[in-house]
Write a protein that binds this ligand. Structure first.
Ligand code: GLN
Length: 217
């Protein structure tokens, strides 16, 4: 049973955001949250989910993360949280984990299906094809964006808001790289690797509002 913060709870006021710590670039997300004054907790086992206001699924390798989520018993509790509207940010492999459909994945790879997108693993090419670019994001300044074996969003459902796109020779038309559906936010790039903190601030803002009715884990 994982207790979720309610309005007035000190945990909700303190707003602790979890960072899944099974594999991948965990420390960079912790540092990004620290930069914006948000406390974090490493999530390695089910009890670490207790009282969190939101969660980050970091980049890494989605096939490995999927396996470790199963072996730690974290997959189902996180899936239940997400099904109830729990705020989450998935970056790169984290985006793959959130997607409703994964192309070029391993047959036994699981994803939460919390985000209505079809993604192609390594859709922008392998490691050597990693690149940096700048995104237009809202009215503000351009945002630096690092892509490392990034997944490509090849289809988005009608409920998905596309917040930023890039033009890439491998894509027909602009490719969505930052998307949101309710309280599910996901990027194909690594916002934790550059100094711009707007993506983490969006997660923090989504996590401030209390979420209810999820005490069924
Ligand atoms: N290609 C990786 C995957 O499929 C993602 C890479 C990353 O997170 N930097 O999970």
């Amino acid at each position: 049973m994982v207790a979720l913060p309610r309005e007035g709870d000190s945990a909700a006021v303190r707003q602790v955001i979890g960072v899944l710590d099974l594999q991948g670039d965990v420390r960079e997300h912790v540092a990004a949250l620290r930069d914006i004054g948000v406390a974090s907790r490493l999530v390695k086992q089910v009890c670490d989910l207790d009282g969190l206001a939101g969660l980050i699924l970091p980049g890494g390798e989605s096939t490995t993360l999927s396996m470790l989520l199963e072996s730690t018993g974290l997959f189902d509790p996180i899936a239940a949280l997400l099904a109830g509207g729990f705020p989450v940010l998935g970056t790169c492999a984290g985006l793959v984990l959130l997607a409703s459909e994964v192309l070029d994945g391993r047959p036994d790879q699981r994803s939460f299906g919390a985000l209505s997108v079809v993604v192609r693993r390594n859709g922008f090419g392998r490691q050597v094809a990693s690149f940096e670019t700048e995104l237009r994001f809202g009215e503000g300044p351009v945002m630096p964006a690092v892509f490392i074996r990034a997944p490509m969003v090849v289809r988005v459902g009608p409920e998905v808001e596309v917040l930023a796109t890039i033009d890439h020779p491998g894509c027909v038309g602009p490719s969505p790289v930052l998307v949101r559906q309710g309280r599910v936010l996901a990027s194909a790039f690594h916002p934790e690797l550059t100094p711009d903190r707007r993506v983490h601030q969006m997660l923090a803002a989504m996590s401030l509002r209390p979420h209810r009715g999820l005490a069924i884990l």
